[in-house]
Design a protein around this ligand. Sequence first.
Ligand SMILES: Cc1cc2nc3c(=O)[nH]c(=O)nc-3n(C[C@H](O)[C@H](O)[C@H](O)COP(=O)(O)OP(=O)(O)OC[C@H]3O[C@@H](n4cnc5c(N)ncnc54)[C@H](O)[C@@H]3O)c2cc1C
Length: 613
Amino acid sequence: MATLLVDKRDQLFVLNEMLHIEELCRHPKFKEVSGFEMVLTEAHRFARSVFLPTIEPGDREGCAFDPKTASVKLPECFQSAYEKFKEGGWLAMCDSREVGGDGFPMSIGTAVAEIFYAAGFYIFGAAELCHAGAKVLELFGTDDQKALYMTRLYSGEWMGTMCLTEPDAGSDVGAIQSTATPNADGTYRLTGTKIFISAGEHDLTPNIIHMVLARVEGDSPGTRGLSLFIVPKYLSDDNGNLGERNDVVCTGIERKMGLHGFPTCTIAFGDKGHCTAYLLGERGKGIMEMFHMMNEQRLLVGVQGLSYTSAAFLHAVEYARNRKQGSSVYAARSEAEEQVTIVTHPDIKRMLLTMKAYAEGGRALAYYIGWCIDHAGVTDGQERERWHGLVGLLTPVLKAYLTDNAWQMTGLAIQCAGGNGYCSDYPFERLARDCKVAAIYEGANGIQAIDLLFRKLLADKFVHFSELMKQIDQTIIVAGSNSSLESCANAVKDIKDKLEQVVTHLIALAEAKNMPSLYAKAAPLLETIGDVILGWMHLWQLTIAYPRLKELDGEETEPETLCKKKDGAFYYGKVACARFYIETLLKRTDGKISELRSDADPVVYMFDKSFSG
Ligand SMILES: Cc1cc2nc3c(=O)[nH]c(=O)nc-3n(C[C@H](O)[C@H](O)[C@H](O)COP(=O)(O)OP(=O)(O)OC[C@H]3O[C@@H](n4cnc5c(N)ncnc54)[C@H](O)[C@@H]3O)c2cc1C
């Protein structure tokens, strides 16, 4: 079953052959890290034996809220799975040894996260929130706060949450109403209601540490006036011995389309007037501090999207290899009577290739961003700034592009499996239900697109975008130098050049202060940039896989014979998939580019009264 979650051979291709992870691991920062292939093998084993069995009870039983005790009960099997996860020390695998981590590169951590999300989102997703909380404490906490909370969150002894959303403050974080009043002893008294809080209440750990955005009474309105607070469910002494229950109450859980095993809670802070909160970092700098949590989560949500695409694709391949329907369109007429497996039908192959292209292109992009983070960690000065800039630019693309694709790809997987795809005896419909929210939380994808256009492109004066384009150019040159890959190199160059012309158009709109038109173009722009980057990833993979295939090919072996060997089948698939993306799917991006360059503004001139009679 593990192989139906994430293709380990492809993971190793990206890490070893594409990103040359062994070179990165030679850096002194990673010198104590070894055996990452063993770590991946262990992650697959762990995912299969510990996380995967929690999926079915998580989805079917879900979480139960008891209004009498204001508690949330998770399925029985979650407890032991979480204990094993905690004992395995997986949570801090990429953190420094000083904070109890193992110091692995992020590129490897990303590969592990993909496996764990695919096998057990309900537990791993909740655990990742405590990691984000620990990280923000590491960056902004006092020594005492680090000793009490950070260490317990990194180890998983306590879990954490991230509390932004309120009934009237979703995307509009600046509208937060939660209020903090200073107490004489330096603590604060917090009041407010937060909704949709992931892992806000559960029975996995004895304490839950909420990271809450609120406004100190009298501070400025909007995001600038927000501060970040540590609000424990139980107050404790300095050694972590639990004491009095804080005035933090779960008042219900949201009933959701998917993620049934992942508690999403409404939390009332300070209804009885005595919710104790501790300021984290500087007063009024809460949003900037919270961004550290959010950026980590955004990257992870992109990986979450990838994991659904990956699992849906592999299950669809398996299904199509076994289901027999219809006769072969490849066979001569007289032979065409026999039923064949549907994997041989061109339309099914088209859908499977599409899923493979988004899964493997998305994987390359996600690990590449991890690799950029690793490079930022081992360089300094302008070089470090360059890597950071690339990560910042690519974060909204990864988050939105991979999660939008996950929704479409899980839909395609259902289609491949026909009626069974729609039924809960198979995993397809759950994957589709569970994946949709990834396009909504951590900043809905429309908000990611606005962030990309206004902050990461226009405000940055396209500096890091130009850097990205240079990197794409380098791959185009390498691919173009091989006559067999020249047409693919030209196709990527053509669409990349057109994207750069779009930029000129966007700058003109910005100079003309045509804001409605710019906002209307934000989401199509993100999608187009995602398409071009995926084209780059596939071209890059082609420059590696094609020569490897030729080495195996010897004297022009027939493809069917070649594919009987494991490596032959793998590289043949990589080449076929890259060509399919570049020569077929990427062609559609031309139309999106025309849309972006068009002066027609039907969206801008549509008015609310005209949407319906
Ligand atoms: C399962 C689940 C788990 C969650 N976990 C957490 C959590 O742990 N912590 C937490 O704080 N929150 C959490 N959330 C809340 C989540 O982050 C919000 O749902 C999300 O930010 C969107 O806010 P909203 O639902 O209020 O939608 P709205 O803000 O009302 O947005 C609705 C639509 O309008 C669009 N929109 C809104 N404003 C603009 C604008 N200015 N310009 C263009 N388009 C706009 C959005 O893109 C979206 O498509 C969770 C939600 C869910 C469903």
